[in-house]
Design a protein around this ligand. Structure first.
Ligand code: 2NE
Length: 268
C-alpha cells in the first residue's frame, strides 16, 4: 500500500498506523484521514492482525488535529471529502470504534484538538511521560461535536470533560492517568516496548471474545454517531463564520484571538 502521510507496518500480529507529518506536529489533512481509514480497513480484513496501534512519527507529537494552514471559511481545503467540513473524520472515528480488534493509542507527545479525540476513541492509551493532552477548539474556532465531546464524558466524567473543552488547558501524562484518560504512563524511551508488550498480552487472548467485548462496550455509546453527524453539519456552518475564522487566523498569526464582539461586548 502506498501512503504519503502515514506509515503502515505489520509485525507479530500487530498493525502500526503512524501519522507522519512531523513538520506540522502530525496535524492531519484530508489525505491523512483517508489513508488512516484505508490502513484500518486493511488491518480489519487481515486475519493475522489481532491488535492495531495508532501513534505519531517523531518524539514531539502524536497528533494535533486538523491542519489549520489548510482551513478556509468553507472548511479544510485540498483533496475532496464527502463531509462538509472537508475532512472525513467521522469515517476515521467510526473505524477506530468499529474495527473488531483492540486499538491502542501510543501517545508520544502532543495529543491536542482532533488528535486528542483520536487517542481517547482508541480502546486503550499508553502515554510517554512527555505526552501533553488537551482540546483547543474554542480557542481556534472549532469544536469536535459528538464523539469528541459526548464520548469524552464517558472517559473522564461530565465535569472534567467540560473543563477540558471550555478552558482548553493542557494536561501532562500524570494528570491524564489520574483522570482515567490514559491507561499507563512510561518513560518516552519505553513507549514502543510497553505498547508491544500490551499488544502481545492481548494477542494471547481469544480474538472472538475480544471482538464481542469491544462490540458490547461500543453498544452503550453507538447512539453518539447520530449526534456526531448533526454536529459536523453544524461545524461546517460555523466554519463559514467570521467568529470561527478569528480563532483559526489568530493561531496562524501567532496572536490571541479576540472573540469579544461575537459576545456582543462593546469595543473598549
Ligand atoms: C500543539 C501546540 C500546543 C504546540 O505548541 P508549540 O509551541 O510546542 O509548537 P508550535 O510552534 O505551535 O508548532 C510547531 C509547528 O507546528 C505547526 C505550527 O504552526 C508550527 O509550525 P512552524 O511555525 O514551525 O512552521 N502546527 C501546530 N499545530 C498545527 C495545526 N493544527 N495545523 C497546522 N500547523 C500546526 C500548538 O501548536 C497548537 O495549539 N496547535 C494548534 C492545534 C489546533 O488548532 N488543532 C486543530 C483543532 S480543530 C480540529 O482538530 C478538528 C476539529 O475540531 C473538528 C474536526 C476536525 C478537526
Amino acid at each position: 500500500m502506498n501512503f504519503e502521510d502515514i506509515l503502515y507496518d505489520k509485525a507479530d500480529g500487530v498493525a502500526w498506523v503512524t501519522i507522519n507529518r512531523q513538520q506540522v506536529l502530525n496535524a492531519f489533512r484530508a489525505e491523512t484521514v483517508d489513508e488512516m481509514v484505508e490502513a484500518f480497513k486493511d488491518a480489519w480484513a487481515d486475519r493475522s492482525i489481532g491488535v492495531v496501534v495508532l501513534t505519531g512519527a517523531g518524539d514531539r507529537a502524536f497528533c494535533v488535529g486538523g491542519d489549520q494552514s489548510l482551513r478556509e471559511s468553507d472548511g479544510y481545503t485540498g483533496k475532496q471529502a464527502r463531509s462538509d467540513i472537508g475532512l472525513d473524520v467521522e469515517d476515521l472515528h467510526a473505524i477506530i470504534r468499529e474495527i473488531p480488534k483492540p486499538v491502542i493509542a501510543a501517545v508520544n507527545g502532543y495529543a491536542i484538538g482532533g488528535g486528542h479525540v483520536l487517542h481517547f476513541l482508541c480502546d486503550l492509551t499508553i502515554a510517554a511521560d512527555t505526552a501533553r493532552f488537551g482540546q483547543v477548539g474554542p480557542r481556534v474556532g472549532s469544536v469536535d461535536p459528538g464523539f469528541g465531546t459526548a464520548y469524552l464524558t464517558r472517559v473522564v466524567g461530565e465535569k472534567k470533560a467540560r473543563e477540558i473543552w471550555y478552558l482548553c488547558r493542557q494536561y501532562g501524562a500524570d494528570e491524564a492517568v489520574a483522570m482515567g484518560l490514559v491507561n499507563k504512563v512510561v518513560p518516552a524511551a519505553d513507549l514502543v516496548a510497553e505498547t508491544k508488550s500490551w499488544a502481545q498480552e492481548m494477542m494471547a487472548m481469544s480474538p472472538t471474545a475480544l471482538k464481542i467485548a469491544k462490540a458490547s462496550f461500543n453498544a452503550e455509546t453507538d447512539h453518539i454517531k447520530g449526534i456526531s453527524a448533526l454536529g459536523m453539519m453544524s461545524l461546517a456552518l460555523y466554519y463559514r463564520t467570521e467568529e470561527a475564522m478569528e480563532g483559526r487566523n489568530a493561531f496562524m498569526e501567532r496572536r490571541k484571538p479576540d472573540f469579544r464582539k461575537f459576545r456582543g461586548d462593546r469595543p473598549s
